[in-house]
Design a binder for this molecule. Structure first.
Ligand code: ADP
Ligand code: MG
Length: 630
């Protein structure tokens, strides 16, 4: 590795070439990290903290004789406007001559370069850099030259100086350093000076990334400690006041109301991590859309921020959740195969998600009213979860709140729906519709009202997607009641003989035939029904089509609604009047108008009416005729 050595009387300087990979790495870093260049400070502080931590470990070992045993374990950031330098200085473990040559001249981990090269254009390199043992080289994004002066912790050690301009080689020489630890001096590039040679700027960067580094960080000669050191998620819950929690919530969420709920977690197995999770009280419009990508938990590794918004920690439907995760098992400084990092994150995520859902479920039992308030804001996210998260669907269904025609506008759980079923009811009845008023007055409810059987009323667009994915709850199947031939137990009072589908079709009389002729292919079929008690007719879906067709309509404005079956109630007085008219004048224009209007009345409440102009014109005709008769 040695390129040449030169020996003048005062100093012996050795020149080394960087490992070939490092030069390529530097090019990548300088290119891709330019926008995030401030992270060089995070990386240098993280190295200083590592060195301090290592020193603390050897301090326990009494056989070693440590230089400056009384010196405080701390980090100091110095800046010099005249020289154009920033120095990150620590009282840590330090490096020997040999160590500095290997540590700052090679990449310890093979595969790192390949990984960085393969990252696609859009991925944020700053999220990865610390994980792969290349953090130090980020100095060259801002510095034209870097000088590292270090002295190893042991009393027998000597000082060493490392120096490089980041172009291919570096020089090392002995250096007379009397104090323990390492100083990294960055000679800033001209255009970086205004960015960083300023106490306020440095302070902000330290607070942003290194606030919770476990050693005091100071700037210049000041005694003031910039960082908080102990993050509140590392404290015991009883040590942290509500105000402190809320203040922290404001920092992560920019939400100035109090959080709805917080979860402070400390987990040791199967994976070590701490987390502080907040559920907000209010949703906002941006969050509502699934295009919203500005979510994720703050991910720390050993108290150092590695990712501002780690999306992988949350499924998309929990995008309203704020908080932090800090894991010892996600090292900043040890190279990891990406897969392994992924796995660790997935396992952490699993624990967090089930904890969130458990807490919500507990709330249903313990603070019903509070939960309901929350549901009104965030229920739609839970519904999205039901459609998206098959593994947790069962759990999410426990959180679901629904309206039924009996509950009026009150929201109940599926469990309490089941509690009120009669013995013989084997299914969970539901109806999808445009709004609650239409649903409550739907002809489809008539037979169920008569039998005192409750029906769930789904009035939100997302409910169609939910019902496309949900088959059963606690062993009972869901059943749409606007489907052809729902299998109702025969009404108690007037038991009719069962008629098969075939027989019913054959029963089509001239009246039905004529209506069918008028409506043509606007419907699939027309038939009598004995299920309706009041309404003249209803439109039913072919089995299994309802939720799908409705969902398609929400997604695609131009989607043509599926055709339906028109069921006629022969006992209704309007139908009787129409029959009389038909018997007298089978080809009358008025009869034809009535038939069309009958269908379109249903289509309006269904939300599937295609041509409102025709309908309005027809009603005008009806009005004229009625007025003429006066
Ligand atoms: P990583 O920190 O992930 O190992 P870096 O590129 O940040 O990778 O640093 C490379 C190595 O240089 C470190 O592992 C450490 O051995 C050494 N090093 C860097 N900074 C310091 C420091 N302030 N004190 C002691 N050793 C250091
Ligand atoms: Mg590092």
């Amino acid at each position: 590795m040695t390129k040449d050595s030169q020996n003048d009387n005062s100093n012996f300087i050795e020149t080394f070439e960087f490992q070939a990979e490092i030069q390529k790495l530097l090019d990548i870093l300088i290119n891709r990290l330019y926008k995030n260049r401030e992270i060089f400070l995070r990386e240098l502080i993280s190295n200083a903290a590592d060195a301090l931590h290592k020193l603390r470990v050897v301090q326990f070992d009494e056989s070693r004789t440590i230089l400056d045993p009384e010196a405080e374990l701390s980090i100091r950031i110095l800046f010099d406007e005249d020289e154009g330098t920033i120095t990150v200085s620590d009282t840590g473990y330090g490096m020997t001559y040999k160590e500095i040559v290997t540590n700052l001249g090679t990449i310890a981990q093979s595969g790192t370069l390949e990984f960085l090269k393969d990252l696609n254009e859009t991925s944020d390199v700053s999220n990865f850099i610390g994980m792969f043992g290349v953090g130090f080289y980020s100095s060259f994004i801002v510095a034209k030259e870097v000088v590292v002066r270090s002295r190893t912790y042991s009393q027998e050690g000597q000082g060493v100086e490392w120096r490089s301009t980041g172009t291919g080689e570096f020089q090392v020489k002995n250096y007379d350093k009397t104090t323990r630890g390492t100083d990294v001096v960055l000679y800033l590039k001209e255009d970086m000076k205004s960015d960083f040679l300023n106490k306020y700027k440095l302070e902000n960067i330290i607070k942003k990334y290194s606030d919770f580094v476990g050693f005091p960080i100071r700037i210049g000669d000041d005694d003031e400690i910039i960082n908080r050191q102990v993050p509140i998620w590392h404290q015991a819950e009883e040590e942290v006041s509500d105000e402190e929690y809320n203040e922290f919530y404001r920092q992560v969420s920019f939400d100035y109301t109090e959080p709805f709920h917080r979860i402070h977690l400390s987990v040791d197995a199967p994976i070590q991590f701490r987390a502080l999770i907040f559920l907000p009280k209010h949703s906002n419009r941006a969050m509502m859309t699934s295009l919203y990508q500005d979510y994720g938990l703050r991910l720390y590794s050993k108290k150092i921020l590695v990712q501002e918004k780690a999306k992988d920690l949350l499924p998309e439907y929990l995008r309203f959740v704020f908080g932090v995760v800090d894991s010892e098992d996600l090292p900043l400084n040890v190279s990891r195969e990406v897969i392994q990092v992924d796995q660790t994150i997935r396992r952490i995520s699993k624990v967090i998600v089930s904890k969130i859902l458990d807490e919500l479920e507990k709330m249903i039992d313990e603070h019903e009213e509070k939960y309901l308030e929350w549901w009104n804001e965030f229920g739609v996210f839970i519904k999205e979860g039901i459609t998206a998260d098959e593994k947790r669907r069962k759990k999410l269904l426990n959180l679901l709140r629904v309206k039924t025609y009996k509950s009026e506008s009150k929201l109940i759980t599926l469990k309490s729906y089941l509690e009120n079923l009669s013995e013989q009811q084997e299914e969970i009845f539901y109806l999808l519709g445009e709004n609650i008023k239409i649903l409550q007055n739907s002809p489809h409810l008539e037979p169920y009202k008569k039998n005192q059987q409750d029906v769930i009323l789904f009035d939100e667009p997302i409910d169609s997607f939910v019902m496309m994915n949900v088959v059963e709850f606690e062993g009972k199947k869901f059943k749409a009641i606007d489907q052809a031939e729902p299998e109702l137990p025969p009404p108690e009072d007037e038991k009719k003989e069962d008629k098969s589908e075939e027989e019913k079709k054959e029963e089509k009389d001239d009246f039905l035939k004529k209506m069918s002729e008028i409506l043509g292919d606007r419907i699939i079929d027309i038939q009598y029904t004995d299920l309706l008690t009041e309404s003249p007719c209803r439109l039913v879906n072919p089995t299994g089509m309802g939720a799908f067709s409705r969902a398609m309509r929400y997604m695609d404005q131009n989607f043509t609604p599926n055709k339906k079956i028109l069921e006629i109630n022969p006992n209704n007085s309007l139908i009787k009047e129409m029959k009389t008219l038909f018997n007298a004048e089978p080809n009358s224009v008025l009869f034809e108008m009535c038939v069309n209007q009958l269908l379109e009345n249903q289509e309006i409440t269904d939300g599937t009416l295609q041509d409102p102009v025709k309908l309005v014109n027809r009603i005008t005709q009806f009005m004229l005729r009625a007025l003429e008769k006066k």
